[in-house]
Design a protein around this ligand. Structure first.
Ligand code: PMP
Length: 351
């Protein structure tokens, strides 16, 4: 007998590489290529020593209020956390507490099975169809909860609001979490449904569409009772999740709607241009509505392309997993970065 037998052993989530190398083109972790709103820097500069000396407001009221106002909901319908990973981890702990399996797709955000294993939550993966779409019927059987990203990651494929609503409606006895990390790049949020279904949690993040991955700010919307349960667990885990700087940054970012809209529009325009170029180069991909494209080349193996691009200091993401091991996920960067990426791909394919 040794202490190691009592260790909670887990296979951790593997985040995308954050290379130390300079002068790379980084299209591997779905970061936004544009800086955050200029108001964010101003707000961070205004954080006082007094603000640093004291504990932050445990209810993160300034940020919760700013999000509630921007999205037209009540403060009691908003939860915030240290990136949506923290929000999702809290949500798994709070709502997935049944002997029945939690349902999510076989190809999806690879943190879901990690949290399920960590908390010993049983789960079942429902296979995506061959075209990477989700069959809503798969989520209408007995379960201990449902979690789906919309758009899905890493495929970028969207599900319509009616299909999502049919899943929420069929599951009055479990919580349905819709992970909308990428929703601002052209998909439709199911936020309005929180007033219709008290079993719906909608999770979003400032990491992608608001260029604040480094500040770690995630948020969620739901019925006031659902949010209260989430806060009860959060306050039983860590009262001060949001630090003073993140609070200031988040408030400034969420208030600058004009900058946010412009930034999202630029990324969408670049994505649509890159899709056309990739098609001409012999790639196939589902119609992504995210800030990334999940593409396979009809002749050139994905792993080799990933390695060749990396040797040219262009990082994309490759998943060595069943069904998707011949795909690369390409984050949408600036037009100049995407031109360099496309030039490199052309050169590799011509070799
Ligand atoms: N959900 C999905 C589907 C994601 O791809 C990511 C990014 N890795 C997250 C949530 C978490 O993002 P963050 O913690 O930066 O908000």
């Amino acid at each position: 007998m040794s202490w190691t037998e009592n260790v909670r052993r887990v296979v951790p989530y593997t985040p995308g590489e954050q290379p130390k190398e300079q002068n790379i083109i980084k299209l591997n972790t779905n970061e936004n290529p544009y800086p955050p709103s200029p108001a964010v820097r101003v707000a961070i500069r205004e954080v006082t020593e007094e603000g640093m000396r004291r504990y932050p407001d445990p209810s993160a009221d300034v940020l919760v209020s700013a999000i509630a106002e921007e999205y037209g909901v009540e403060k009691e319908e908003v939860f915030v956390g240290v990136g949506s990973d923290d929000v999702l981890a809290m949500a798994f702990l709070t709502f997935f507490n049944s002997e029945k399996p939690v349902l999510f797709p076989d190809i999806t955000y690879s943190f879901y099975d990690v949290w399920a294993d960590l908390y010993r939550i049983p789960y079942e993966c429902m296979p995506l169809k061959d075209d990477f779409t989700i069959d809503p019927e798969d989520y209408k059987k007995e379960n201990g909860g449902v979690i789906l990203p919309n758009p899905n990651a890493p495929t970028g494929v969207c599900m319509g609001t009616d299909a999502i609503e049919s899943i929420i409606k069929s599951n009055p006895d479990s919580v349905v979490i819709i992970d909308e990390a990428y929703v601002d790049f052209g998909a439709v949020s199911v936020l309005p449904l929180i007033r219709k279904y008290d079993n719906l949690l909608v999770v979003q993040t400032m990491s992608k569409s608001r260029s604040l991955a480094g500040m770690r700010i995630g948020f969620a919307f739901g019925d006031a009772k659902l949010i209260k349960y989430l806060n009860d667990v959060k306050f039983s885990f860590n009262s001060y999740t949001m630090n003073q700087t993140a609070l200031a940054a988040g408030v400034a970012a969420v208030k600058d709607r004009a900058y946010f809209d412009t930034c999202c529009k630029k990324i969408i325009a670049t994505r649509e241009w890159v899709k056309a170029e990739l098609k001409d180069l012999g790639f196939a991909f589902p119609d992504a509505k995210s800030n990334f494209i999940f593409a396979t080349h009809l002749e050139y193996p994905a792993k080799k392309l990933f390695d060749e691009l990396k040797s040219r200091k262009i990082y994309v993401r490759y998943f060595n997993k069943p069904r998707i091991d011949n795909y690369i996920r390409i984050t949408i960067g600036t037009d100049a970065q995407m031109r360099a990426f496309l030039n490199a791909v052309t050169e590799i394919l011509d070799k």
